[in-house]
Design a protein around this ligand. Structure first.
Ligand code: NAD
Length: 484
C-alpha cells in the first residue's frame, strides 16, 4: 500500500527541553521518521534549546545516538540520519533568565512556520511564554505545544491556561494528549462517521455497555515518588481515558474540524454524572519476589495513591441514558493492553431454540498492542450438528490489512507534530475541555481523600483488585480478559 505523504511548509521548530527524555525518546525519533517519509521539506529546521551549554554539533551527535537506540535499524539508513542531523541547530537558553534569548530571536526566520515545543516541566511554561513574548520572538501565528500534565487539579489547570493566554491566543496553543494521535483512535472516528453501519446502533437502545481499558505491565519504577503525587486518576483517567470516552460517546460533529470535534467532546464531559463511592475501585500493586510493591516504589509506606482504578460512569443525555461506561487503568497488570470495547445488546427476540445459545456483537478497538479493530459477529457453528450459534471475529489488524508498511504504524507523535506544523488543532485538547475534565475529576478525588479511603492491594500480574471484577459482576457483566 502506498501512503500519500504531503510535505508540510518549511518550519522552525524549537524544542525547549531538547536534551530531555521526552525529546530523546519521542519527539526527535518522530521527526526523523517524518523526514525519512519525505514529509519534511529541505528548509525545515529543528532547534534544540535547553540549559546545557554545548555546540550544535554536540547536540546533533547526541540526537544521532538517540536515533540509533530508539529507531529500529530497518527504518533508518546512515544517509538519512546524516541528512536529518544536518537540519538540527542548538542554543543554550535559560527559561528563567535572559541567557540565550537574543540568539534565539536572531536564529528564527521570518518566512517559516514557527513552532515552540515546551518539553519542560509545567512550572516553566509561564517563563517560556513570557520570554518568547518579551524578546519579540514569537509571531502572532506561532504555535506552542505543551505536554501533560496540564495541571494537577482545576485550579492549577485554570492558572496554567490563564498564564498561557496572556501571551498566546487559544488557536496557537496545542495541548498534547498523545492518545489522540494514535492511528486507531482516529480510526474510531472513521469507523463511526465514515460508515452507515454503526452510527444507527451507537446508542442506549443497542449498546449494552462500553469498556475502556488501559493496562500496563510495568510498575511506576523509578518515577514512583513523582507518580505518588498524582495516581491513576490524575495520570491516566482525567486525560487519556477521558479522551477515549469522549470520542466513543460524542455526537457526530458537523465536520472534522477542530472546534466542531472539540465542542462535541466537551458536551460529553459536561454530561458526566457525578460518580458514587460504590462505583469506584482503587488499588495498589503488591510486591513479589522479583519486584517491589507500589508503596516501596513510591518510597512512601503510608501512600494512599492508587496505581489502579476502575470506575463505572453514566453519561446523562438522550443517547446514553442507561448505558454504563466502565473504565479501568492500572500498573503491573497481567499484560500491556489498551482497548475500547462496545458490547451490543442481545437481539430483542431469538428465533432459535434455547440449545442454539445466544451471542452478542462486540466491537473492539485495540490501541495496543497490535492496533486494529475487531467485530465479533454471530454465525452458525459449521457442520451438521444443528443450529448452534457461535461468534467469530471480523478482524482488521492494521499490520495485516495495510500490508508490510502497516506493520510500522506511525507513532502518535509523528502525526501530532505534523499537525502542529499544518496548524490543525483537531487532535489537541482545548483549554475548556481540560478544565471540564478536572471539574469532573476534582470532587471524586476530594471525596475519597475526605473519607480517608485506602486503595485495595492487588497481586502483580493480575487484572487488578477482586472488587474491580465485582463492579461488573454485580451488574451481570464481566470485563474482557486483560491478557492470556
Ligand atoms: P527531563 O527532565 O528529561 O528534561 C527536562 C528538560 O528541560 C531538559 O532538556 C532540561 O535542560 C530542560 N530545562 C530544565 N530547566 C530549564 C531551564 N530553566 N531552562 C531551559 N531548559 C530547562 O524531562 P522530560 O521527561 O523530557 O519531560 C519534559 C516534559 O514532558 C515534562 O513536562 C513531562 O511531564 C512531560 N512528559 C514527559 C514524558 C516522558 O515520557 N518523558 C511523557 C509525557 C509527558
Amino acid at each position: 500500500m502506498v501512503s500519500r505523504v504531503i510535505p508540510v511548509d518549511p518550519f522552525d521548530l524549537v524544542i525547549f527541553g531538547g536534551t530531555g527524555d521526552l525529546a530523546r525518546r519521542k519527539i526527535l525519533p518522530a521527526l526523523f521518521r517524518r523526514f525519512c517519509d519525505g514529509q519534511m521539506p529541505r528548509e525545515a529546521r529543528i532547534i534544540g534549546a535547553a540549559r546545557t551549554r554545548q555546540s550544535a554539533g554536540d547536540w546533533a551527535a547526541w540526537v544521532g545516538e538517540a536515533l540509533e537506540e530508539i529507531v529500529p535499524e530497518r527504518l533508518r539508513t546512515a544517509e538519512h540520519v546524516a541528512e536529518f542531523l544536518d537540519r538540527l541547530d542548538y542554543l543554550a537558553v535559560d527559561a528563567k533568565g535572559d541567557d540565550g534569548w537574543s540568539d534565539l530571536c536572531d536564529t528564527m526566520r521570518a518566512d517559516a512556520v514557527q513552532a515552540f515545543y515546551f518539553s519542560v516541566a509545567p512550572s516553566l511554561f509561564g517563563d517560556l511564554a513570557e520570554r518568547l513574548h518579551q524578546f519579540g520572538i514569537a509571531r502572532s501565528d506561532a504555535r506552542i505545544v505543551v505536554e501533560k500534565p496540564f495541571g494537577n487539579d482545576l485550579a492549577s489547570a485554570k492558572a496554567l491556561n490563564r498564564t498561557l493566554s496572556e501571551y498566546f491566543d487559544e488557536t496557537q496553543i496545542y495541548r498534547i494528549d498523545h492518545y489522540l494521535g494514535k492511528e486507531t483512535v482516529q480510526n474510531l472516528m472513521a469507523v463511526r462517521f465514515g460508515n452507515v453501519l454503526f452510527e444507527p446502533l451507537w446508542n442506549t437502545q443497542y449498546v449494552d455497555h462500553v469498556q475502556i481499558t488501559v493496562a500496563e505491565e510495568v510498575g511506576v519504577g523509578g518515577r514512583g515518588a513523582y507518580y505518588d503525587q498524582s495516581g491513576a486518576m490524575r495520570d491516566m483517567v482525567q486525560n487519556h481515558l477521558m479522551q477515549l470516552l469522549c470520542l466513543t460517546a460524542m455526537e457526530p460533529p458537523s465536520k472534522f474540524d477542530p472546534d466542531a470535534v472539540r465542542d462535541e467532546k466537551l458536551k460529553v464531559i459536561r454530561a458526566l454524572d457525578p460518580v458514587e463511592a460504590e462505583d469506584i475501585v482503587r488499588g495498589q500493586y503488591k510486591g513479589s519476589k522479583d519486584a517491589p510493591s507500589y508503596v516501596e516504589d513510591a518510597e512512601n509506606p503510608e501512600s494512599r495513591t492508587e496505581s489502579f482504578i476502575a470506575i463505572k460512569l453514566h453519561i446523562a443525555n438522550w443517547r446514553w441514558n442507561g448505558t454504563p461506561f466502565y473504565l479501568r487503568t492500572g500498573k503491573r497488570l497481567r499484560a500491556r493492553k489498551s482497548e475500547i470495547v462496545i458490547h451490543f445488546k442481545e437481539p430483542p427476540h431469538s428465533i432459535f431454540d434455547e440449545d442454539a445459545g445466544s451471542r452478542t456483537n462486540v466491537l473492539s478497538i485495540r490501541l495496543q498492542p497490535d492496533e486494529g479493530i475487531d467485530l465479533r459477529v454471530t454465525i452458525k457453528e459449521p457442520g451438521p450438528g444443528g443450529m448452534r450459534l457461535i461468534d467469530v471475529p471480523l478482524d482488521m489488524s492494521f499490520a495485516e490489512a495495510l500490508g508490510a508498511e502497516g506493520t510500522d504504524v506511525p507513532d502518535a507523535y509523528e502525526r501530532l507534530i505534523m499537525d502542529v506544523i499544518r496548524g490543525n488543532q483537531t487532535l489537541f485538547m482545548r483549554g475548556d475541555e481540560v478544565e471540564a475534565a478536572w471539574a469532573w475529576t476534582d470532587p471524586i478525588i476530594e471525596a475519597w481523600t475526605r473519607r480517608g479511603d485506602r486503595p485495595t492491594q492487588y497481586e502483580p500480574g493480575s487484572s487488578g483488585p477482586e472488587e474491580a471484577l465485582m463492579l461488573l459482576h454485580r451488574d451481570g457483566r464481566r470485563w474482557r480478559e486483560i491478557g492470556g
